[in-house]
Design a protein around this ligand. Structure first.
Ligand SMILES: [Mn+2]
Length: 442
């Protein structure tokens, strides 16, 4: 197999992991398959950590790392099976795992003895086990049973179980800082997603249903080569925008509705996460404009602020400050800014955070705090974050009647660089004039 930049990435990640687990053994089971109904499975997606370390997409596989042995990296994978391959397509098999995926040794996973023996052997030499407890009960049971077996093999030593560490701590930190290749992949996902948002702006009309726009987004994602959605698309017309995780997407779009779309394409396991709001009939009402401009002001100011040395908490506080000022200006809140912030008077209108890590998972891994979890950590070059302030005025909520039913969120994906940042989602316009002109271009 040709060594692409990405293949080299996988190799380097494994090396890095092996250095970090010191005298340890690490186990990563593949994502389990899930039945949808009867004999139909949910779409399969490999576990992010598993893929990050191997690039291997098949279910029923295991990665075993052992920093003590000469065989550092073993894979346990589905064996070749002509009948199964006839129905479901090519299976890579143990030979392929060695040849194309960097395994130093590889065995069939359908016979548990191969993994069980290799694991016990590795464990006996190890000081610590890296395994994510609590995510799969079958796996937890298997690992604990094997640990007991290993202890017994040592005879009467009085030694305790090996300490178990969550490998996500290490992987989370590794995945948080994106390599150039990863940043490029995220940018690709962002471009595909931005293009889809633009087409939604062009086609949406009063009388259409939210699901028609949802289908158009999916068409644009897949049509540009994205593998799948990064998360369920939120296509929320009118006051549905105030339901933060609205997923029904089945309402008819009315003349004066705004449409909030929060959707992202996943491209080669990296996902974008963009939110845009636009008027279904092509023109913002004065009230919609007021709220939209307030959110846009906060969003743009936070983007400007995002650079090494600032924290996600700094960005959130900054967003709150601007939004409170704006809510005062619009006579929705009264009082001093300090007091309003202190008493969280903004919560009914801005109940969520201002952003999150972005990567293979839409809410990506990595600590948001210092190692002792007591201070917010500073942004560093290579991190990718979302910046997504919003304001929501649910129908029948308190606050001025004229804003009821308006929900706005504006979300960009931002790569932190040494000198500041690079917005990856500029392909999706967010200025009122640009949006209106796109909405009226069809
Ligand atoms: Mn987001």
């Amino acid at each position: 197999m040709k060594k692409s930049l990405h293949t080299i990435d996988f190799e380097q990640r494994r090396k890095q992991l092996l250095t970090k687990i010191k005298k340890g053994v690490a186990v990563f089971p593949a994502a389990p398959e899930h039945i949808r109904n009867n004999d139909v499975h949910h779409e399969y997606r490999q576990d992010s950590n598993f893929y990050y370390l191997s690039g291997f997409e098949e279910a029923n596989s295991i990665l075993l790392f052992d920093s003590n042995s000469k065989t550092h990296f073993q894979m346990f994978v589905q064996p070749k099976d002509a009948t199964k391959e006839l129905w479901e397509g090519k299976i890579i098999g143990p030979e392929g795992a060695k040849k194309d995926f960097g395994a130093e040794a590889a065995f069939p996973s359908n016979d548990p003895k191969f993994f069980d023996e290799a694991f016990i052997k590795a464990l006996l030499e190890a000081e610590v086990l890296y395994y994510r407890v609590g995510h799969n009960e079958d796996w937890d049971r298997r690992i604990f049973t094997l640990m007991k077996k290993a202890i017994r093999q040592l005879g009467r030593t009085g030694r305790a179980f090996w300490p178990i560490h969550d490998p996500n701590e290490i992987l989370g930190e590794m995945r948080l800082i994106k390599t150039r290749a990863e940043a490029e992949q995220l940018e690709q996902a962002a471009n595909i997603t931005a293009e889809a948002h633009v087409s939604a702006m062009k086609i949406a009309k009063p009388g259409m249903f939210e699901y028609e726009i949802e289908a158009a987004l999916y068409h644009a994602f897949r049509g540009q080569g994205a593998g799948r959605l990064g998360y369920g698309s939120i296509v929320a017309g009118g006051s549905n925008a105030c339901v933060l995780h609205y997923v029904a997407n089945n309402k008819k779009l009315e003349d004066k509705d705004l449409l909030l779309i929060d959707a992202g394409a996943e491209f080669e396991y990296y996902t974008a996460d963009i939110t845009r709001c636009f008027p279904v009939n092509g023109r913002f009402t004065p009230e919609q404009k007021e709220i939209y401009s307030a959110v846009l002001k906060a969003q743009k100011s936070c983007v400007k602020m995002a650079r090494p040395g600032k924290s996600m908490k700094d960005l959130h506080n900054h967003a709150i400050e601007i939004l409170v000022e704006e809510l005062k200006r619009l006579k929705i809140l009264k009082g001093t800014t300090t007091n309003l912030i202190k008493h969280k008077a903004y919560i009914p209108y801005y109940p969520h955070g201002t952003g999150h890590w972005l990567g293979m998972d839409v809410h990506d891994t990595g600590r948001y705090f210092s190692e002792s979890y007591d201070t917010p950590r500073k942004l560093e070059p290579g991190m990718v974050i979302t910046i997504e302030p919003g304001l929501y005025f649910a129908a029948n909520a308190k606050g001025p009647h004229k804003y009821q039913g308006i929900g706005i969120r504006i979300e960009d994906d931002v790569l932190i660089t040494a000198s500041g940042n690079k917005v990856l989602t500029t392909g999706a316009p967010k200025e009122i004039e640009e949006i209106e002109s796109l909405c009226n271009s069809n």
